[in-house]
Design a protein around this ligand. Structure first.
Ligand SMILES: Cc1ncc(COP(=O)(O)O)c(C=O)c1O
Length: 421
């Protein structure tokens, strides 16, 4: 997490004056730390077997500046739509690093994948397989996503091991391979059982399951080139969540890869996927107090940010005080409700917590907004716009990496109005 104290972000040997950045770019403002992003890249890569490669999940944060850092780190990219795919191409990511996933791919996504010669497709159903197979007579690389019979103990977002729209139930995978073996190049297996695993054993168990399954059934494939173990690397976004123990993860995965070396050496691509771990802690949202008012005995602090920028995470975090701090130190607290300025009663940031006695125009910092914040926010709600984004680089320089949303397009979302020429 980015530490802040006395108006400054404290970071390695850099001390960055937030108020100065805000004077230049105004609020609400998202500030990324390149040092934090780099640290996360190094930490996660260090925990994963050297023979494996990371795919960055674009859905966590598609900012081209962020994509470029991961591209430079040598990562591949996991996309879930034609929009993400074309965004990567526009952002100059090499298409042979792109894997297309998602529960059912649109025709446009498949055609764009074929035109751009992307690396592979993670297929989630027989219909999905047929759609891809019928779109091309080229030999595309296709991995089947397994929904295994076992369920992990702890995951905040279970996507496998339970009934879901994702993947193919374990006992249907081999029959599907046999049925299409002569028609389609199924040369990989994929599994993504969930997100926000805080117990490294769950991730080790998932990886182990996929290796065992692949080894047991290796003769079913003409060739087995891809094993994508997924991930779900957990990151603590609030004080009540514990982080993932990277040492346990590293040792467990290293032992597993060592014990299966002979088999794994024959598989060309061994992937893990991550979005949240790499980006969540890399950004803070700086917001200004617009009003303080009392209603029927309760205190309301109204900010210039809210669910329009914090999105669905705020539905879970309303009672969590720990991810919000004030820029000015303030020792006096009183119970308050923090809200956004959009016109809906659901725009609650914090519900009745002890909060410092701030004043109008004070700056409030909302931490850990780097993942699933911009992508899961209704930022045009009520005609509001998206905040500007800046990045502080390793020398302390501040770069604008996304312009503030355009008020003219805040309701029209940029589409043409009927009757316009
Ligand atoms: C298929 C797939 N891969 C990767 C991810 C990224 O997960 P996380 O951000 O927890 O790393 C997701 C998240 O939903 C996913 O569905």
């Amino acid at each position: 997490m980015i530490e802040s104290k006395s108006n400054h972000i404290l970071h390695a040997n850099l001390s960055i004056d937030i108020a100065e950045i805000v004077n230049k770019f105004s609020t609400p403002l998202i500030i990324y730390s390149v040092i934090e992003l780099n640290n996360r890249i190094v930490e996660l890569q260090a925990a994963l077997p050297v023979e494996s490669r990371l795919l960055y999940s674009v859905k966590a944060n598609p900012n081209p500046f962020v994509l470029n850092l991961f591209n430079q780190a040598g990562f591949g990219f996991e996309v879930a739509s034609v929009g993400e795919l074309q965004h990567l191409i526009k952002s100059k990511i090499n298409s042979d690093r792109i894997v297309l996933g998602g529960p059912i791919k649109s025709k446009e996504a498949i055609l764009s994948g074929i035109q751009n010669h992307i690396l592979s497709y993670n297929v989630e159903s027989e219909q999905d397989l047929q759609n891809i197979a019928s779109a091309s007579n080229q030999r595309l690389n296709i991995s089947l996503r397994i929904n295994p019979d076992f369920s992990n103990r702890n995951s905040l977002l279970k996507m496998g091991g339970v009934s879901s729209q994702f993947g193919i139930d374990e006992n249907n995978v081999i029959p599907l391979i046999r049925k299409y073996k002569n028609e389609v190049n199924i040369n990989g297996l994929f599994m993504f059982n969930g997100s926000q695993f805080f117990d490294a054993q769950d991730i080790i168990q998932n990886t182990s399951f996929l290796i065992e399954f692949a080894e047991k059934n290796k003769d079913e494939f003409n060739q087995l080139d891809f094993l994508d173990f997924g991930g779900g690397f957990g990151v603590a976004e609030t004080a009540d969540q514990s982080g993932l123990n990277m040492n346990i993860l590293k040792t467990g995965l290293a032992d597993l890869f060592k014990s299966k070396k002979q088999f794994l050496d024959r598989v060309k691509y061994k992937f893990f996927e991550s979005g949240r771990y790499l980006t969540a802690t890399s950004a803070i949202l700086v917001s200004k107090v617009l009003d303080i008012k009392y209603s029927k005995g309760k205190k309301y602090i109204i900010l210039d940010t809210g669910i329009n920028h914090l999105g669905i995470r705020q539905l879970h975090y309303r009672t969590q005080r720990s991810f919000i701090s004030t820029l000015k130190e303030n020792e006096h607290y009183s119970p308050a409700i923090l809200t956004g300025a959009t016109c809906t009663p659901i725009d609650i940031i914090l519900n009745e917590v002890d909060f410092p006695n701030v004043s109008v125009d004070d700056l409030i910092l909302i931490h850990n907004v780097g993942a699933y914040t911009s992508t899961l926010s209704p930022y045009n709600f009520c005609g509001f716009t998206y905040p500007a984004e800046v990045a502080v680089d390793t020398n302390g320089y501040v770069l604008l990496i996304r312009e503030r949303g355009d008020i003219e397009n805040s309701c029209g979302l940029g589409y043409k109005v009927y009757g316009e020429e």
